[in-house]
Design a binder for this molecule. Structure first.
Ligand code: NAD
Length: 250
């Protein structure tokens, strides 16, 4: 299992206070990584769970949609364990309103966090990785990287763009020892999808379309994120890995 071993590595995981980010942070810690859990929430649940497992974790509470603070957040994070080996750009929000009613505020809020903060964190941490000659970046995409969705135009734009950024950076940085890839989760049970889960009919029709016959759980991303953060994926660049119970295969 040495290929997947992350002992001595430090992972910077955004949106790590709950949902997919929390499970991925814990999965990376289980594989041996120190974790810097970055989130708008002050919740210490993720770092406490990691410490309870015998791992090392620190919390940085920050609103990542504010571009002006990102450099400071990264500098603070680098100072904690002396470097960053893995960046997981997971923090994301969704606003559900039809395109004709989609407000400028909703559009900008989604793009600011899901796309702009993800790109600027790639840039800031990428510079640091280039200096060190190695690094792993995992961006979190979506089924709406491929499909249009309904009533979520800003979110769809951000998730299509995340795949483009992943490929663009992979091309520039593959030769510098940095692998930039993405995970596209299918329908997973988190706060993000809670409004859909309240609608029994819609939930049932989605479940029927998933070949695996169930929604994903946050824990379903542990293996894929460890894989893309470890030496096991050293020859993967610019790939978007669907973890979707077969949704895209259908
Ligand atoms: P979630 O709402 O449970 O978690 C979102 C996380 O982002 C939380 O930790 C929250 O504190 C953090 N966050 C929100 N705004 C922030 C800000 N301004 N600054 C810093 N952190 C902020 O949602 P989730 O389902 O776990 O979503 C995680 C990622 O996965 C998102 O990028 C989402 O688009 C993506 N995704 C989710 C699904 C799904 O089915 N749940 C499917 C595909 C993709």
């Amino acid at each position: 299992m040495t290929l997947f071993n992350l002992a001595g590595k430090t992972a910077f995981v955004t949106g790590a206070s709950g949902g997919l980010g929390q499970a991925m942070a814990i999965g990376l810690a289980e594989a041996g990584a120190n974790v810097i859990a970055v989130s708008s929430s002050e919740s210490v649940q993720t770092v406490e769970s990691i410490r309870a497992l015998g791992g090392k974790a620190e919390l940085i509470a920050a609103d990542l949609s504010n571009e002006d603070i990102l450099e400071d957040v990264v500098n603070r994070a680098v100072g904690i364990y002396g470097g960053i080996d893995i960046l997981v750009n997971n923090a994301g929000i969704i606003r559900r309103t039809p395109a004709v009613d989609h407000s400028r505020e909703d559009w900008h809020d989604v793009i600011d966090l899901n796309l702009n903060s993800a790109f600027f964190l790639c840039q800031l941490i990428g510079r640091h990785m280039i200096e060190r000659g190695s690094g792993k970046i995992v961006n979190i995409a979506s089924m709406l990287t491929y499909q249009g969705g309904i009533n979520v135009p800003g979110y769809t734009a951000s998730k299509h763009a995340i795949a483009g950024v992943t490929k663009a950076l992979a091309n520039e940085w593959a030769g510098k020892g940095i692998q930039v890839n993405a995970i596209a989760p299918g329908y997973m049970t988190t706060n993000n999808t809670a409004p859909i889960l309240k609608d029994e009919k819609r939930t049932q029709s989605i479940t029927e379309r998933i070949p695996a016959g169930r929604w994903g759980s946050p824990e379903d991303l542990k293996g894929p994120v460890v894989f893309l953060s470890s030496g096991a994926s050293d020859y993967m660049n610019g790939h978007v890995l669907c973890v979707d119970g077969g949704w895209m295969a259908r």
